[in-house]
Design a protein around this ligand. Structure first.
Ligand SMILES: Nc1nc2c(ncn2[C@@H]2O[C@H](COP(=O)(O)OP(=O)(O)O)[C@@H](O)[C@H]2O)c(=O)[nH]1
Ligand SMILES: [Mg+2]
Length: 259
């Protein structure tokens, strides 16, 4: 367990978390890398990967809806809190499995993972070797102001979880190649993003330029990866950036050569 790292896949509902876990795991299996999936989303109906640990064995959103006479939103919040109750159960299983990476699929809505205390307790206690793969919505990221809102989400994630963060632009097949390049350039160069911001007057203008400074201070200028689970694109980039953080990046070449 000492070398194992957990990667939490976090992002808005429908961003493609579950699909990315499945696609990356498949890609890893193909290259004989060691990735084991965990499903922490009690609301998912079916998942496209085989989860070694699945929170639905303990509870599901529909069970909680029935048991507590709650609607889907209330039930999801209760479920998010119940994760803390199952901490020992999760940790025991994680400790028993020997692998390089756990790919952890998280509940549908970002805020259930980012803002509830239970997931913080979970991340802090299961293993200190952990990172967040933060999924950015492609359509929202296309415009400068839409991209800034994604950076705000990234900074919220960073404040809540001071662990390595790997922002990825998902479903990049939905954007034109030049749009993908443009978004990646904004991520790498916030000054360029500031220049491309619409000339907002008054409050919103000050707000957005001040916000950009805050984001810069938080050092969120980063190498944004573009991935597409649909096209199987970017899995190698994602794996190698994760690997260079957790393992010094040394096994990628070796594995690729032997395949
Ligand atoms: N075009 C495209 N669609 C995708 C991609 N990844 C996921 N999707 C679709 O987006 C929807 C939501 O994906 P899902 O993985 O369930 O999102 P989650 O709620 O974040 O777990 C599904 O209909 C997927 O088929 C992708 O790379 N490209
Ligand atoms: Mg999902």
């Amino acid at each position: 367990m000492d070398h194992t790292a957990l990667l939490y896949f976090v992002g808005p509902a429908g961003a493609g978390k579950s699909t990315l876990v499945a696609t990356l795991q498949e890609w890893m299996q193909h290259y004989r890398y060691d990735g084991v999936a965990i499903n922490l989303d009690p609301g998912s109906e079916t998942v496209a990967y085989e989860a070694a640990i699945d929170v639905r064995e303990k509870f599901t959103v529909s069970q909680i809806m029935e048991e507590y006479s709650l609607g889907p939103n209330g039930a999801q919040v209760v479920c998010a809190d119940l994760l803390a109750v199952e901490l020992d159960w999760i940790k025991e299983q994680v400790d028993e499995i020997n692998c390089d990476y756990f790919l952890v699929d998280t509940p549908g809505q970002t805020e259930l993972f980012l803002y509830r205390e239970a997931s913080k307790v979970l991340v802090e206690n299961v293993s200190p070797r952990a990172g967040i793969v933060l999924l950015l919505d492609p359509l929202l990221s296309r415009t400068p102001d839409g991209f800034v809102t994604q950076l705000l989400l990234a900074s919220a994630a960073h404040l809540r979880f001071p662990i390595p963060m790997f922002p990825v632009l998902t479903k990049c097949d939905l954007l034109k190649p030049e749009e993908v390049d443009n978004v990646r350039e904004w991520a790498a160069n916030l000054d360029k993003l500031a220049m491309d911001m619409p000339n907002l007057s008054g409050m919103s203008g000050v707000l957005s330029s001040e916000l950009l400074k805050v984001l810069q201070v938080l050092a969120l200028e980063s190498n944004l990866l573009a991935v597409s689970s649909k096209e199987g694109e970017g899995m190698d980039d994602l794996y190698s950036i994760v690997q260079s953080t957790f393992a010094g990046g040394d096994d990628l070449e070796a594995h690729t050569d032997s395949n």
